[in-house]
Design a protein around this ligand. Sequence first.
Ligand code: UDP
Length: 240
Amino acid sequence: MEKKEQLYEGKAKKVFATENPDYVIVSYKDDATAFNGLKKGTIAGKGVINNKMSNLMMKMLEKKGIPTHFVEELDDRNTVVKKVQIVPLEVIIRNVAAGSFSKKYGVPEGTILANPTIEFSYKNDELGDPLLNTYHALALRLATKEEIDTITNMAFAVNDAMKAFFKELNIDLIDFKLEFGRYKGQIVLADEISPDTCRFWEAGSWDTTKHVSLDKDRFRRDLGGVEDAYAEIFKRIGLN
Ligand code: UDP
């Protein structure tokens, strides 16, 4: 399958049309942004890692019965995916307090939550992706009740599968962001699953304030060793 015209360029990926109207090609870049685009940089080799890791995760989740947009990996940076209509919600699942959750609710980072949580943000850069609840999402016609129920069930199923997968690799899955799309009347998991969109901590390191991040927090917080952290995750999941 070949790239035709570019349909879209985002912060970390480009999307191209293909000869098949049902499919697009996603092309992963090394560009990194944080804080809604305020912080910009590059993480050498990130595009390759995020492409291959996302595809591995999507294939693993498909095997667990979760429908995804994945079709075929073309090469290191390019993947054919189903052309979905993205539901404009960022879906965040948390197992351990970190980041904006810790700040907002005054809970130290690393606090294990009594149960996994789900939250939705309105995917809208101009508004800074504001947090909203399901009533807001329905009121704004961002999704139907059935879609929100499906997304919620799928997101927790993804959490169960991913937590188990990373536990084997001595990595704690702290939190992550998912996006979903509509494809031929069905909700499918879309976008990416990578160190850009997940917090991965070295196992057990959450019980101290000195947890070891193997994810984009190394870039966001200027912790150094950004490329090494991405490479370490890539190695642990068996891709390098
Ligand atoms: N996240 C993301 N994209 C966003 C916001 C968050 O992928 O635009 C991911 C982030 O990597 C983390 C989780 O969602 O794994 C929770 O992020 P949080 O709300 O704590 O926001 P942050 O502290 O990163 O601003």
